[in-house]
Design a binder for this molecule. Structure first.
Ligand code: GLN
Length: 462
């Protein structure tokens, strides 16, 4: 990470990043550019450097913030009309931690409204374009953050991953994207999607930068009861990588079929050859329960979404519809006008699967399938140290191609959601490009709390 010093000032770094952000304006990456605030902070850091004072591990490093993280700079909209005008009175724990090390937020990035989606096309502010082909989607939901890093506007960006929203856009843009073990980084101050699968993570260009960000942000937070004690910075068997020639890497047999793009399967085989040449053993895994992951996810997640989104009623946050006759009307009009179609679809599915009479048939069944998936990962990790799989069945698709077909869009997530249901970490890694120049991505998966080891192992796959 290029930090500020006496020769290269924080102000220079920030001004360069802002200039690049403006240069790439047609990609629709940012929902807000923090020009004044970022320059002011940069000058404060430069003043400290001039005085020889302590300035943190990210001193003056410009970064992009997914617009579902609360911070006091700019509106936090989650790219949803219903949150327009909302200026947060609090700051997310993750934001606090990276800014305490001197990082400077230069802008907030576009996402599918409330992070519901796999292309960033569900944003109220329009889609973000892919860094390698402007006719293709950026991936989602953290499309803006991924493209900001891929186009070198910033060295890192934040993301949230509930079912693939960091890994898939990372794969679509040829960079690294980590979904940590559930509970590693505090979710406090991040707009909730599905609380039992939401994870905070990052986009970077290198495994080294990812490691630095993880060591800064991981750890317990009294404001998020689901956070784990800081295992990431502790030396243990879980965090140190054994000799590479003793490692076993699993590949999932069930994913090796025609529904997965041929060039992605080719990229996976190539990486396996590389690993074999380094002495790793490749283990074929059968994980039949993973076929239930997508269905279970699209029951459990909408159920949690319906509950989490019930707070947006036009009274407390952001947008309020005008001219309502009574309180019920205010709720109805605000929610009808403020949510995107995909948000509404999920609220309806969620309330349906939780309703009496259907709860047992849908929600409870999905919860049981989730247990099967958790067990299946545990079994798999008794046979191997890591699993290597595609992130998604295809590289970036064309803008507009799937937006009118929700099921086609959901199928994008078939290889990413099982990790969230099981709480295990996954790191998207670049794996070359296809014939048309689009990036191909794979994900490295490990048992819970093996995040540091995964990042170390990723260095072997470059
Ligand atoms: N694409 C998935 C969905 O739409 C994942 C979204 C996410 O991780 N935020 O639910």
């Amino acid at each position: 990470m290029k930090t500020a010093n006496k020769k290269v000032t924080a102000e220079r770094l920030v001004r360069d990043a802002l200039e690049k952000a403006k240069h790439f304006a047609d990609y629709n990456i940012f929902t807000f550019l923090n020009e004044e605030g970022a320059i002011k902070k940069a000058r404060e850091i430069d003043a400290k450097i001039a005085k020889g004072e302590e300035v943190g591990r990210l001193a003056g490093v410009p970064y992009a913030l997914k617009d579902n993280f609360l911070s006091r700079e700019g509106e936090t909209t989650a790219s949803a009309h219903i949150l327009e005008g909302f200026v947060s009175p609090i700051e997310a724990t993750a934001v606090k931690k990276i800014e305490a090390e001197g990082a400077i937020m230069i802008g907030r990035t576009n996402l599918d409204a409330f992070a519901h989606g796999s292309s960033t096309e569900n944003s109220y502010f329009g889609p973000t374009l892919n860094s390698h082909d402007k006719n293709c989607v950026a991936g989602g939901s953290s499309g803006g953050s991924a493209v900001a890093v891929a186009l070198d506007i910033v060295e890192f960006a934040t993301g949230t991953d509930t079912g693939g929203s960091i890994r898939q856009p990372a794969a679509f843009n040829g960079i690294y994207g980590l979904k940590p073990t559930y509970g590693t980084i505090s979710r406090y101050g991040v707009v909730a999607m599905a609380s039992s699968t939401d994870c905070i993570g990052f986009f970077t260009k290198t495994p080294e930068d990812m490691d630095l960000l993880m060591s800064i942000t991981s750890g317990q937070d009294s404001k998020d009861m689901t956070t784990l004690p800081d295992y990431y910075n502790e030396d243990s068997e879980m965090s140190s990588l054994a000799d590479i020639s003793s490692l076993r890497v699993g590949v999932i047999k069930d994913f090796d079929n025609e529904s997965v793009d041929e060039e992605i399967r080719g990229a996976l085989k190539k990486k396996c050859e590389l690993l074999k040449s380094k002495g790793c053993e490749i283990v074929e895994l059968e994980m039949p329960s993973l076929k239930y992951a997508l269905a279970a996810y699209y029951i459990i997640v909408p159920a949690e979404i319906a509950s989490n989104l019930s707070r947006y009623d036009g009274v407390r946050y952001g947008f309020r519809a005008e001219d309502s006759e009574d309180l019920d009307g205010l709720y109805e009009n605000t929610r009808s006008e403020g949510f995107m179609p995909e948000n509404k679809r999920r609220i309806m599915i969620g309330n349906f699967v939780l309703s009496s009479g259907f709860y047992d048939a849908y929600f409870l069944k999905a919860a049981k399938a989730r247990t099967l998936i958790i067990n299946e990962y545990e079994k798999a990790f008794s046979k191997c140290d890591f699993i290597l799989t595609p992130v998604s069945p295809n590289p970036a698709f064309k803008l507009g191609e799937k937006i009118n077909d929700p099921v086609a869009m959901y199928l994008e997530d078939m290889m990413s959601v099982s990790l969230n249901l099981a709480g295990v970490p996954g790191l998207a890694i670049p794996a070359g490009k296809n014939k048309t120049g689009l990036p191909l991505g794979l994900q490295l998966v490990g048992p819970r709390r093996s995040d540091k080891k995964i990042i170390e192992f990723a260095k072997e796959l470059i």
